[in-house]
Design a protein around this ligand. Structure first.
Ligand SMILES: Cc1cc2nc3c(=O)[nH]c(=O)nc-3n(C[C@H](O)[C@H](O)[C@H](O)COP(=O)(O)OP(=O)(O)OC[C@H]3O[C@@H](n4cnc5c(N)ncnc54)[C@H](O)[C@@H]3O)c2cc1C
Length: 460
């Protein structure tokens, strides 16, 4: 099999690369190799009844398959350089924003037309946050919601399926350098291409590290974010979520001067399990459909940790802490804030007596036995800081799920075209360590596809 371009991974990065190549150079022969299933076959077996927690499937239906890790996400496309990645360091701030807006247009024209764009521009909450020692970051956010996000993906796939060859359930094992391109090796076969785009996301982090080692491509360690997911009655945050949908708020702790930030806010949403390389952590999403809305809002509180010398493995540190919580709780642990403050574990009875009904069946336990003191102290400080702008955040019955870990891939050595030192091999999206959001990953795909299409035009 011979292709002009092979894309590895069908997450937002891979999908938008394929989409843009078909816009700019429809005559190119393009294939996408994806470890997981096609969209309609992605089903997580956890049903809350027969299967209550993660059973470590061969490929995780939540993380792998068409749509990537974002397929069942809340579909929040943040248009900003303030968070979500450092793409702007490679392509410039204006270009990064332009591409994120372009991605938004494509989403809107593929089923997202009825959805709302929120913005922090001109909001009074900036002032209220500053007055209370908090900083609200600038962003515009398109909230597709899990349901519309799915429709958009379906429509984009319908657009692409006759123009691009998709190989599902085909994890790429290795990449070999050929005199004029690359050989993509998978179980039982291989395909050759002139140019290759790797967009393997967080779930492909170990694979990416190995490929970089084998092809002598430099990497450097990235940070890991650790914390908890907070769940509370939606009314506590409704004044913020009604206007901004998601607010990214940063707090600098008094005790250690660490930054704690809110992340992935899901108004009237649900808390979910996430499986990364066999470790069960927590995440959240929400639906656009009013009938699926819950009475709770959830968001993460995270502290970033970056190790360099002599210990470099920031992700390994995060994994060990997540494993500890899995060891104690058999999965995710849930604790009432009041119990944490009183130094006692939560029990099923205490959770049931509380006023906040959990949306995830997690094991009641004690997060102070899992999270390092420095991180936990920072989270507790931030909960009290948030309580000033959203009274009720520090109520006893507020639920904390742990642990939430945001793993970041090793940062791959790339030039400003996101090309490696091996010419014709591009690494994009979360797998490159450059992005960690839907809009940045998608924009990186468009950027590289435009570059490749231009290279082809120049050669003609
Ligand atoms: C539950 C959840 C909710 C989220 N919510 C949001 C949100 O609201 N907003 C936001 O901005 N971000 C969100 N994110 C993060 C967002 O999904 C990612 O940043 C984004 O999907 C990254 O896109 P990507 O294409 O780089 O990688 P991914 O989406 O991870 O896609 C990579 C794909 O590559 C495939 N792959 C990996 N290795 C191989 C291999 N060797 N061979 C073939 N295929 C391979 C994987 O199966 C996967 O499908 C969420 C993530 C999760 C898990």
């Amino acid at each position: 099999m011979k292709y002009d371009v092979i894309i590895i991974g069908a997450g937002p990065g891979g999908i938008f690369s394929a989409y843009e190549l078909m816009q700019k150079k429809p005559e190119l022969k393009v294939a996408v190799f994806e470890a997981g299933n096609r969209l309609e076959k992605r089903h997580c077996p956890i049903d809350g009844k027969k299967v209550k927690s993660c059973i470590n499937c061969k490929t995780c239906a939540i993380m792998n398959g068409f749509g990537g890790a974002g397929a069942f996400s809340d579909g929040k496309y943040n248009i900003t350089n303030d968070f979500g990645g450092t793409l702007y360091e490679y392509i410039g701030r204006d270009k990064a924003l332009e591409l994120m807006r372009y991605v938004d247009q494509i989403n809107v024209s593929h089923g997202g037309e009825g959805t709302k764009m929120f913005s922090t521009a001109g909001t009074e909450f900036k002032k209220i946050c500053i007055q209370n020692g908090l900083k609200l970051l600038d962003a515009s956010v398109r909230h597709l919601g899990t349901d519309i996000n799915y429709v958009v993906l379906e429509n984009i796939y319908a657009d692409l399926k006759d123009k691009v060859d998709f190989y599902f359930n085909t994890p790429v094992q290795s990449l070999q350098i050929l005199p004029e391109g690359y050989r993509v090796v998978y179980d039982g076969g291989a395909a050759d291409c002139r140019k290759c785009i790797a967009s393997v996301g967080r779930s492909g982090s170990k694979w990416m590290e190995r490929v970089c080692r084998e092809l002598s491509i430099g990497t450097k360690s990235n940070r890991v974010d650790l914390g908890v997911r907070v769940e509370l009655p939606a009314v506590v945050f409704s004044h913020l979520t009604d206007e901004l949908y998601e607010s990214k708020i940063v707090y600098r702790t008094k005790k250690f001067e660490d930054n704690v930030r809110t992340f992935c806010m899901n108004p009237c949403g649900i808390v979910v399990n996430e499986n990364t390389n066999g470790i069960v952590t927590v995440n959240g999403h929400s639906f656009e459909d009013p009938s699926k809305k819950t009475e709770n809002t959830n968001f993460a509180l995270l502290v970033a940790k970056h190790f360099s010398e002599p210990f470099k493995d920031s992700n390994g540190y995060g994994e060990s802490i997540a494993r500890l919580s899995n060891m104690l709780g058999g999965g995710v642990i849930v604790q009432r804030f009041g119990d944490l403050e009183r130094g006692r574990r939560s029990t099923q009875a205490r959770i049931e007596e509380g006023l906040v009904r959990p949306t995830l069946a997690a094991t009641p336990g004690d997060l102070s036995l899992v999270l390092p003191k420095r991180i936990l102290d920072g989270i507790i400080e931030m909960i009290y800081a948030l309580d000033k702008i959203a009274p009720g955040t520090a109520n006893d019955d507020t639920l904390l799920y742990g642990v939430e870990v945001k793993f970041y891939n090793m940062e791959v050595e790339l030039d400003n075209n996101l090309e490696t030192r091996q010419k014709g091999l591009f690494i994009i999206g979360d797998g490159s360590g450059v992005t960690h959001s839907l809009s940045h990953a998608s924009a990186s795909g468009v950027y590289v596809a435009d570059h490749i299409a231009q290279q082809w035009v120049n050669q003609e």
